[in-house]
Design a protein around this ligand. Structure first.
Ligand code: FMN
Length: 191
């Protein structure tokens, strides 16, 4: 099974990166045959969606950038994990650039009525971390990710959220959080 993890934090070795690494460990603990691929979204060239509507007619995006390879990777994956810290109660701009370009996939599903042949077995998840602890801290990111994953024709299957982590790499010093992330990875990898 192919599992695609899309990392939206621009901070190298930051909290989301460490959580995602632990999720990948958990995936391989559950099943060493699963193939994981980690994509660093901030390193890619992704043009913002301009709402031109071409994808509504053709199912494809006009921009020939790194998103084209990502559409294919999304197509081949049976699990997709969006991983982003909270920036102003949502995902990062880099993650949102990617998500907005999933409009082409939304068009395929809802306008052109093309379902993914494996849609019944595809699942998607969110991994997120934030500095503060408010009750509604992750709501924006969860909603955005849920509907992005729906456009990718995956059913939304849950989230790993870590509040109260701000300085770079602090989750690496919290074994209980890393254990939760590994457990989450096992859930992602489960049949
Ligand atoms: C531009 C920006 C906006 C942020 N907005 C929030 C926020 O709305 N709520 C919050 O709790 N933390 C916020 N944070 C803190 C980050 O979520 C936190 O530092 C997180 O650990 C960063 O994860 P990373 O190391 O994976 O990049 C913000 C940080 C930045 C740089």
């Amino acid at each position: 099974m192919k599992i695609l993890l899309l990392l939206g934090s621009p901070r190298r070795k930051g909290n989301t990166a460490l959580l995602t690494e632990a999720v990948i460990e958990g995936i391989h603990q559950e099943n060493s045959h699963h193939e994981t691929e980690l994509i660093h979204l901030p390193r890619l060239d992704i043009h913002p969606c301009i709402g031109c509507g071409t994808c509504e007619k053709e199912g494809n995006c006009i921009f020939a950038d790194d998103m084209q390879a990502l559409y294919e990777k999304i197509d081949r994956a049976r699990r997709i994990v969006i991983a982003s810290p909270i920036y102003f109660y949502s995902v990062t701009a880099q993650a949102k650039l990617f998500i907005d370009r999933c409009q082409a996939l939304w068009s395929r599903k809802y306008i052109l009525r093309q379902r993914h042949p494996d849609h019944a077995r595809r699942r998607g998840y969110l991994v997120s971390v934030a500095a503060t602890r408010g009750e509604r801290l992750f709501e924006g990111a969860i909603l955005t990710s849920r509907y992005a994953l729906d456009a990718m024709d995956c059913s939304y299957a849950g989230e790993l959220t870590v509040p109260g982590a701000d300085s770079k790499g602090v989750v690496g010093k919290r074994p209980e959080i890393l254990a939760r992330a590994r457990q989450f990875g096992r859930t992602v990898a489960s049949p």
